[in-house]
Design a protein around this ligand. Structure first.
Ligand SMILES: [Zn+2]
Ligand SMILES: [Zn+2]
Length: 148
């Protein structure tokens, strides 16, 4: 697996300085282009470095990336995905998850952001995370002829 195979990944580093371990986890998440669970990430890092990391170090790295808006967590998959957009950290994101091929697309929408803000404000609720997960069938799978 190439380490620089994520040229198209527009994760918003900004001024955040990453330790080599965190950078590696982020690079691998970008390269994966799909949600990766923490235990899969342990295997990926072990493959890349030849040394098996402690699970806690992977969880810490993922938490750090999550807190800094570089990755998102998909609760339904218990997995992490590199942020594909340069959106504001507080912006809500929607994940379109295909049940057939497993592809996940990240989308943002100002209209959704406004609606969610109003929804939370109406309840006096201060949202910490704003992640919407939609499951279904992606365009490619919907267009594919049904040959099994
Ligand atoms: Zn994102
Ligand atoms: Zn699909």
């Amino acid at each position: 697996m190439s380490d620089n195979g994520h040229a198209g990944c527009a994760h918003a580093h900004g001024h955040i300085r990453l330790t080599p371990a965190r950078q590696l986890v982020l690079d691998k998440l970008c390269a994966a282009r799909r949600p990766v669970g923490a235990y899969d990430m342990i295997d990926i890092v072990a493959d890349a470095t030849g040394k098996r990391p402690a699970p806690v170090s992977i969880y810490r790295a993922l938490d750090f990336l999550l807190e800094n808006g570089l990755v998102h967590r998909l609760a339904s998959r218990n997995a992490y995905m590199a942020c594909a957009h340069r959106h504001a950290r507080s912006a809500p994101v929607a994940f379109l998850i295909c049940d057939q091929c497993g592809c996940v697309t990240e989308a943002t929408s100002p209209a959704v952001e406004t609606s969610l803000e109003q929804l939370a404000a109406a309840s006096g609720f201060r949202a910490q995370t704003r992640v919407i997960e939609l499951t279904g069938v992606c365009r490619a799978c919907a267009d594919a002829p049904e040959t099994l």
